[in-house]
Design a protein around this ligand. Structure first.
Ligand code: NAP
Length: 328
């Protein structure tokens, strides 16, 4: 069937999202002759940039993805994933899915460009976005590789952060995990939290607070980030007294939660877990609560959130979709 015919027809599988999960699902689905259509989104500001390719588009060096012994930049990596998916016949559409009718068969996906795509199966791989404080200088330096990041496990081991004072903002488990990781590299890890007690589990708290090179800043918020091309410090405000002070740091890791990109699924009948991520009730597979709808990557995983785990989930979703289609 030609592409032109298929455009007006019914797809076998549509992949929504273009991060490691989406492209890996596309590679596997394409090699299974399912001729997948990948709907990759359009760039937007939310408040940091959200780009087709996902969170890796805002990551400078990726040093923990196996197969790249010298590292690779996030955008380069996503370009390679896409090229590999296209090599096997994946078709790409630059639009957002705004609404899904999963109750109809074939299912209907309504796009931001006014089109409706009909499909037998769907793989949701729209990822999650890190929450940011929302300061202009924070977002500018996060976008330009200026030492502001939302993932210490991804970026914290870079040479630029070695033996430097670093800051983590947040008081949850993620903030504690990031801080614990950074204690291995930083001269000092400053944890900045807006209250006088942590939300994180007791075990995580104990582990972090007992480290020699951790310094807590209670009742504190970051009100500005200092630095032209690279961060040199923070302006903190005491939430009790209102006093402001400067803290010299050469890295800022924002760990104030993530939000899965699920807005377009709100009325779709898809089930979510307690944290708002797409629920995979069977655990062992990528199947959602709806027949023929699968999910992969950070949109369905608030625990691991790594490129490699997302890619693995994408592979599983393509295999699950292929088997489901064969049985229907
Ligand atoms: P979280 O539990 O929602 O914690 C977010 C933290 O950021 C809170 O301390 C919150 O402060 C703070 N915060 C939120 N907005 C802020 C703002 N605008 N400015 C400054 N601070 C702000 O998120 P999370 O730590 O990412 O964890 C998400 C879920 O994953 C949780 O259920 C967590 O237990 C789980 N998780 C588990 C593990 C593990 O078990 N190993 C690891 C990571 C995450 P307040 O405390 O004042 O609200």
């Amino acid at each position: 069937m030609s592409d032109a015919t298929r455009e007006n027809d019914v797809e076998d599988v549509v992949i929504i999202g273009s991060g490691p999960a989406g492209w890996t699902a596309a590679i596997y689905a394409a090699r299974a002759n399912l001729h997948p259509l990948c709907i990759v989104g359009v760039p937007k500001q939310n408040p940091a940039p959200v780009l087709p390719g996902g969170q890796l588009m805002l990551t400078t060096e990726v040093e923990n993805y196996p197969g790249f012994p010298d590292g690779v930049t996030g955008p380069e990596m996503m370009m390679m994933f896409q090229k590999q998916a296209e090599r096997f016949g994946t078709r790409v559409k630059g639009a957002d899915v705004e609404r899904c009718d999963f109750g109809e068969r074939p299912m209907a996906l309504h796009l931001s460009n006014g089109e409706t795509v009909r499909t037998r199966s769907v793989i949701i791989a729209t990822g999650a976005t890190a929450n940011w404080i929302g300061l202009d200088n924070e977002l500018r330096l996060a976008t330009n590789g200026g030492g502001v990041s939302a993932c210490a496990v991804c970026d914290g081991a870079l040479p630029v952060f070695r033996d430097k004072p670093l800051a983590v903002v947040g008081g949850g488990d993620t903030a504690m995990e990031e801080a614990a990781y950074l204690t291995k590299f930083a001269s000092t890890v400053h944890i900045i939290h807006r209250r006088d007690s942590l939300r994180a589990s007791k075990t995580m708290q104990d582990r972090v607070l007992s480290a020699d090179n951790v310094q807590m800043h209670w009742n504190s918020t970051v009100v500005d980030v200092i630095g032209e091309d690279f961060i040199t410090g923070l302006v903190l405000e005491d939430t009790v007294t209102g006093d402001r002070s400067e803290l010299p740091v050469n890295g800022l890791f924002v760990a104030i939660g993530h939000a899965p990109a699920t807005e377009f699924l709100k009325e779709s009948g898809i089930a979510f877990d307690d944290s708002g991520y797409v629920s995979l009730p069977d655990g062992g597979s990528s199947a959602t609560n709806l027949e023929g709808v699968f999910a992969a990557g950070d949109v369905a995983d608030h625990v691991y959130r790594q490129a490699i785990t997302a890619a693995g989930m994408g592979c599983r979703a393509a295999i699950d979709a292929e088997r489901w289609l064969a049985g229907h």
